[in-house]
Ligand binder design. Structure first.
Ligand code: ADE
Length: 243
């Protein structure tokens, strides 16, 4: 997977991405990251990339041309027109299924805006997907791009080690994850659930599945509507409503 990020703050993207697990994946050659500084494509002698909005109003708007030239500097090196993801609170809300779908692409271009947004005309020209990471407003698209790249990266073969496997974590079945415990067995008077010490693998699996179902029902009942439930899961949940 090759990530390209068009941004006014390339350091923020590089610093955020090139540490920890995603950084390790870059070193291993599974991922690559190229940042493109939109300011390098300014068409103004003062290196400005923003201007006042037509029609008036507060704030500044990022101009179309520097964004377009930054995009072109990437697109001209690619064999097909890439997906261009514009980070915006007005976009479709990002979720795990979208991460799975995007993880199948060979390259992705992220466009990060600042100020009061970007001139609509260049968005119409280059953006294929407008994406929000949630119903709140951030100062720019850099953190959303990092969030999305992180969620996508960990789904790629070889990025996680076996013990970090993405297969069983929250949302893989559209269920929340069961609670985890580690040593000591008694921490400040609080015991680890007995069943986890039993060494009985099947019982542990059953307990964990039930904890996932209980958690999801309590904290995110909306997820149960689309969860991958087995016959046993349904029976377990039906029993709870009888109580
Ligand atoms: N830019 C500002 N806020 C955002 C959000 N919530 N998601 C994506 N991009 C944004």
């Amino acid at each position: 997977m090759r990530f390209y990020v068009l941004t006014l703050f390339p350091d923020m993207i590089r610093d955020g991405f090139q540490t920890s697990i995603t950084g390790r994946a870059v070193e291993k050659g599974i991922l690559s990251l190229e940042t493109v500084n939109i300011r390098d494509f300014s068409v103004n002698k003062h290196q400005r990339v923003d201007d006042y909005p037509y029609g008036g109003g507060a704030g500044m708007v990022m101009q179309a041309e520097p964004v377009y030239l930054a995009y072109e500097s990437v697109a001209k090196r690619l064999t097909k027109k890439p997906r261009v993801l514009y980070m915006s609170p007005q976009g479709k809300v990002f979720h795990q299924r979208m991460a799975e779908e995007l993880a199948r692409e060979e390259e992705l271009v992220f466009l990060c805006g600042h100020y009061e947004g970007i001139d609509e005309r260049v968005l119409e020209e280059i953006v294929t997907d407008e994406v929000s990471i949630g119903d709140y407003v951030l100062t720019g698209g850099e953190l959303p791009a990092l969030v999305m790249m992180d969620a996508i990266s960990r789904l790629l073969e070889g990025v996680l080690h076996n013990e970090e496997s993405a297969e069983f974590d929250s949302f893989s079945d559209n269920l929340l994850e069961y609670p985890q415990y580690s040593r000591p067995q008694n921490w400040r008077g609080k015991e680890v659930p007995e069943i986890l010490l039993s060494g009985h693998h099947l019982n542990v699996e059953k307990w964990r599945r039930e904890q996932s179902l209980l958690r999801t029902r309590k904290r995110r009942p909306d997820l149960l509507e689309t969860a991958n439930l087995t016959k046993e899961d349904k029976k377990f949940l039906a029993k709870l409503t009888e109580l």
